[in-house]
Design a protein around this ligand. Sequence first.
Ligand code: NDP
Length: 457
Amino acid sequence: MKNLSSSFVNDFMAQLEERNPGQGEFHQAVREVVSSLVVVLKKHPEYQKSKILERMVEPERIISFRVPWLDDHNEIQIHRGYRVEFSSSLGPYKGGLRFHPSVNLSILKFLGFEQVFKNSLTTLPIGGGKGGSNFDPKGKSTNEVMRFCQSFMSELYRHIGHNTDIPAGDIGVGGREIGYMFGQYKRITNQFTGVLTGKGFNWGGSYIRPEATGYGVVYFAAAMLDVHGQSFEEKTCLVSGAGNVAQFLIEKLIELGAKVITMSDSGGFIHDPDGIDRGKLDWICDLKNVRRGRLEEYADQFPGVSFTSSDPTLRFNPMWDIPADCAFPCATQNEINDKDAQHLLTNGVKLVCEGANMPSNPESVDLFLEHRMIYGPGKAANAGGVAVSALEMAQNSARFHWPREEVDRRLQQIMRSIHDTCADAADTYGTPGNYVNGANIAGFSKVADAMLDQGLV
Ligand code: NDP
């Protein structure tokens, strides 16, 4: 048996990188997990003997397909669709679809890999997967979005099913896109099943699913603050993103007495020193969800607000250089680098809790942990969305709806339990307060044991 030391991580990664060249985001996600797991593998030689980790980093199945569609000028457009079915050890594949021009296999494999651990932490019976396309819904007409979604589903439908693989939304895929894809699935298969989650409430959706990721992040962060005898009352918060996760996260922060002073989209960020209140948030939701406009317009609408355009030539994001107590990255991967992390620390930010998946790069995570920041990694903190998706599946199977309060109560309970599970695992393995290790170890152990039970498949 191999001598386990830090060289284990490097050897493992060298092999992974050789087998998966050019997939930087996937390498990054795996390296973080493997680094946390050395202590577990030392304690459990049976995992090594059965090559559990080696099997876990290889998706069970990857599907890639052509998505042709006609734009409003009758021009043919061709995009690429994917579904990465990563692990079905704990249940059917479950994870979102992302429509964004940056989508490629590396990004979907990192997201799918993280999803396996996240779904395991929820304690619900769901495996992990992720999919999407390099299609950009921004700037497309509603009819174009519908035609794209229908073409995408015309291929995807044969690979998914309510007992096989149940996609949901992610960046660029909200209620509108889920509706068009569900309609096409139903038309092709002649079946009304819970094959997608994030459905409209009138046709199979669950209460609190739209809110779940954002609310869940705040519940997780509140549990972390609670350990330190603190609450959100009077805390000043930086939030990035202006989409589904950011909107509901801010709603919950306002409800708990915090003051949110920033938001961002791909064009830049707004800084509102007076705080985004309920009325201003409603205005933003209408801007982003109905009018599909740019956040820049907020600065023209409300006095005392500044807008700073994104500047790709800068080595840092000035938004993370504003004094605050807490920071919630809710846009995309690697949006916080070491320089941003240094700014957060210098400016007195005490808590970073991730709504987005892998928004902090490895150097910034090291800085957070080194300086004992209260740090909640996305894998654990943003699991509320998929957890309520699993509750949507349960309600679909039973053909009824739980009331709003019931779903919210379950979400709170799940987030509390994920927090405690991560904290306990971090304690058990000698790194108290390190939620990164806690999430990776606790998420891994359940999947690993299921794989041992299910034999070499
Ligand atoms: P949305 O598409 O609703 O919103 C994304 C927001 O982030 C938009 O404001 C968008 O700007 C901004 N954004 C996206 N990509 C970039 C980029 N490359 N640079 C700058 N800004 C960017 O997505 P969600 O809110 O659903 O997802 C946000 C994050 O949360 C993602 O990391 C996702 O994986 C994660 N997540 C989402 C879950 C969910 O249930 N929706 C569950 C768990 C995690 P613009 O408006 O200009 O496009």
